[in-house]
Design a protein around this ligand. Sequence first.
Ligand code: GH3
Ligand code: MG
Ligand code: MG
Ligand code: MG
Length: 327
Amino acid sequence: LRARYATGKDLGIVGKIDPDADTGETRVFLIDDNEDQATRLIAALGDDTYQVIHEADPEIALTRARAGEFDLILVNLSIEAMDPLRLCSTIRSFEETRLTPILAVVRHGDTRKLVRALDIGVNDYVTRPVDRNELTARVTTQLRRKRYVDQLRSSFQVSLEMAVTDQLTGLYNRRYLASHLSAMFDRAYWTGRPLAVMILDIDHFKDVNDKHGHDIGDLVLKEFADRISGAIRGIDLACRYGGEEFLVAMPDTDLSFASVVAERLRQEIAGSKFRFNNGRDELGVTVSIGIASTENGPEDDSAQKLIKRADEALYEAKNGGRNRVIQ
Ligand code: GH3
Ligand code: MG
Ligand code: MG
Ligand code: MG
């Protein structure tokens, strides 16, 4: 069996982070209803480094902020058409702008407003009259921080996904199953509804590798996994349990329904050939399936016992001549 568990080191999480990576044009959204001050801020930001989009109406600004995919939002806290602090906290509350840096422009000495703004989640501030170098430095710092956080989040998401997914087939891996089957089992227990498990093992898969090579073997596994996915419901959980062994956990499923699903899948696998290389190569495989369910009531059972019973049924299916479903 080949374990394909990803670790942070494999993924090079830290090595990938480059907050200075050029990610295209930087869009700064300026919210300011004072024309003179807005003009001065736009001039202070320079005309080639950032694309500055200005909006004077705070209500419209809220809508634009959500849709605009801005890298940074600059809010002049002297706006009058709306409480500027409410404006900032609303921007913070939107899913789309939850992590967008907000830089406040505040009148020199207006400490009260500044403290409240920082409390609400404004990231940093500059005081009026605005010093061009200071503004640029603070904007740059926030943009670097934002890029760093974005990259960290996306690598983390990838590593989370890789940690629960089998790389070859795209199904969940055994580790994920271990953590979720007991939750499914608990749910069956509390709802009193049955939980069924089927274990599928490809017949004579070693021969497939021996005859057609390991690469074709891999393609068979992938296609096999796709056929399983096609045959089960969204609430079912399919995982690659071992090399050429798969497990499907089916909530709200009793033994008779599970055997219908398993039998249909068995016939589908045996009945239509697996094709590769644009149909030039084809081969037939069969599968043996063992099923078990909490039919005696989940209270007498455990996830481990359920799997053990399905495994014993599979063993019987193999001994009975393969290409069959046993419960
Ligand atoms: P049985 O009908 O008893 O299940 O026979 P079998 O040949 O399928 O079972 P056995 O357990 O003897 O062999 C399983 C084979 O699966 C051996 C192993 O090389 C192969 N295998 C396991 N993981 C992979 C994989 O990721 N890719 C490929 N191509 N083969 C794999
Ligand atoms: Mg075997
Ligand atoms: Mg096998
Ligand atoms: Mg096997």
